[in-house]
Design a protein around this ligand. Structure first.
Ligand SMILES: N[C@@H](CCC(=O)N[C@@H](CS)C(=O)NCC(=O)O)C(=O)O
Length: 229
């Protein structure tokens, strides 16, 4: 039976969750079929009850697994004969660094530039929840978080310089072929692409070229998803 993949669902069927993109590309990387189930923020509790407060969640062989990194490790262990996501223990250890860097630098950078756009793309049933919960986290109205972004986008681009220097000299973070590190960072930029026409990257940025390379993988899985560019 195909793996069931619970993905965050936004307005007009847009799938914008950065963490869910990590899982979606991991499933494709492993060549595993999946049954895609779009889930609103306020429906997550109906999927996994008290044990799962966030998506992605997958269901495989009667097991439910949550948390994108745990899912990647599960897939790697359960399907060792399929293409490797980490390339061994050393690759896994390095992916933990990429995970921490993305969560602590790239995600806040993206959210500070497009938070109101995210809100404008959540399902109707999620709107009150997202406004209230995110305004609590950020300590200000969503409109204020996003204000002045034209003046702030350059410093976001500068924060990606380690990534830029790397993908200028190699196809993927994984080297000649993509690995889980690529999917972690791609998810952050795909999050923005799916919900905002505000360009985080310029056309001539090597990071944008790499983003497009990852988007082309698996028959254009990332590229074909509805987005603004
Ligand atoms: N550590 C989790 C984080 C996942 C996460 O935060 N997912 C968001 C969607 S992008 C979510 O489900 N949020 C639920 C909420 O805010 O109520 C992972 O890596 O999967």
């Amino acid at each position: 039976m195909a793996i069931v993949f619970y993905d965050l669902m936004g307005r007009d069927g847009r799938n914008f969750s950065p963490y869910c993109w990590r899982t979606r590309l991991s499933l494709a990387h492993k060549g595993l079929d999946f049954d895609h189930r779009g889930t609103a923020f306020t429906e997550i509790k109906e999927v996994g009850g008290e044990n799962f407060r966030t998506v992605p969640i997958i269901e495989d062989d009667g097991h439910m697994i949550g948390d994108s990194f745990a899912i990647a490790e599960y897939l790697e262990d359960k399907y060792p004969d399929r293409p490797s996501l980490f390339g061994g223990d050393m690759g896994l250890a390095l992916c933990k660094f990429v995970h921490s860097w993305t969560n602590s630098v790239v995600h806040p950078g993206v959210a500070n530039l497009v938070l109101l756009d995210i809100y404008n793309h959540v399902c109707d049933q999620d709107r009150d929840y997202i406004r209230a919960s995110r305004e609590k986290i950020f300590g200000m109205p969503l409109e204020d978080v996003q204000a002045g972004r034209e003046d702030r986008v350059e410093s976001f681009r500068a924060s990606l310089h380690p990534l830029r220097l790397t993908v200028r000299g190699q196809e993927f973070l994984g080297g000649e072929r993509s690995n889980y590190a690529d999917y972690i960072v791609f998810g952050a930029l795909q999050w923005a692409r799916t919900i905002s026409d505000f360009r985080l990257l310029t056309d001539d940025d090597p990071v944008f070229a790499w983003f497009k390379r990852v988007g082309d993988l698996f028959d254009g899985m990332g590229r074909e998803a509805p987005g603004y560019y």
